[in-house]
Design a protein around this ligand. Structure first.
Ligand code: UDP
Length: 253
């Protein structure tokens, strides 16, 4: 069988042509990058964990009526998704100050925000994904006012759903990033959640100990990233009981 066509390769995922029009296959790699890809590593098993966790979160979102691109998981590393026209913005929703808002506004990490804050960043690696305002987005036509309203609404719905889901397993959702795409249905178009939702794109702190269970473990050298992601996946019952540990000694025959 001919190898299917690769359409795009990013830092953590590859997109292939899908089996039917309007679909794509999203492949999760083991590569981890931070600081605009200045720091990189291969974390064995990360792709498998993120494929499974993104499936879990997006299936839940679809079930409560928040549209996503996720159709179904195909195998350990691949999922079938709807092809969308990506909006060139990252939507970040924050509940607690951490990362760039802490640095920018001089807020101690861990400070609860008075309400969830939605921010937009321009997707542009060369510029380091700068923070942009509604004014920039509208003036430069990266999205319309309707898109902006829809993106804020989607971001806040994802925030409520993900915060509740995490609360149920003893994790605080500090912040997260989503990407949004446009789909066309006859004369109509609408925005749906695309890309992935995983510990690569969220800050997750254990509710009791405050331990970080997200990509900051890699960014800040706080321990083994695969172990942190396995802990999150385990709390959702996504890892079979007899699965080998993500890190540690390898079995030899
Ligand atoms: N984030 C992401 N991709 C990016 C930038 C940020 O997934 O290119 C996520 C990040 O993991 C965190 C949230 O968005 O959960 C807010 O990130 P922040 O702006 O604090 O930037 P960072 O500290 O990651 O540079």
């Amino acid at each position: 069988m001919a190898r299917r066509k690769k359409l795009y390769e990013g830092k953590a995922k590859i997109l292939y042509e899908g089996p039917e029009p309007g679909t794509l296959v999203q492949y999760f790699k083991d590569d981890a990058t931070a600081f605009n890809a200045e720091k990189r590593a291969k974390i064995e098993g990360k792709g498998v964990l993120n494929n499974r966790m993104s499936e879990h979160f997006m299936t839940g979102l679809n079930a409560i009526g928040v549209p996503t691109h996720f159709i179904r998981r195909l195998n350990m590393r691949e999922q079938l998704i709807r092809s969308v026209e990506m909006i060139p913005l990252e939507v970040v929703v924050r509940n607690v100050a951490a990362g760039s808002i802490s640095t920018r506004l001089g807020m101690e990490e861990g400070t609860a925000l008075p309400r969830p804050i939605v921010e937009f960043y321009l997707k542009d690696d060369k510029l380091g994904d700068p923070l942009v305002t509604d004014e920039h987005i509208l003036a430069f036509n990266w999205a319309t006012q309707q898109d902006l309203d829809d993106m804020v609404a989607l971001g806040l719905r994802v925030n409520d759903f993900m915060s509740g889901l995490m609360y149920g397993v003893g994790i605080r959702l500090i912040d997260f990033k989503i990407e949004i795409g446009r789909i066309f249905e006859g004369d109509y178009q609408r925005l749906i959640v695309a890309d992935e939702i995983s510990p690569d794109s969220c800050r997750l702190w254990d509710a009791k100990s405050g331990q970080k269970l997200d990509k900051d473990v890699f960014r800040r050298d706080l321990g083994n990233l695969a172990d942190a992601y396995t802990e999150v996946a385990n709390r959702f019952g996504l890892i079979p009981k007899n699965a080998p540990p993500a890190s540690g000694p390898k079995l030899v025959n």
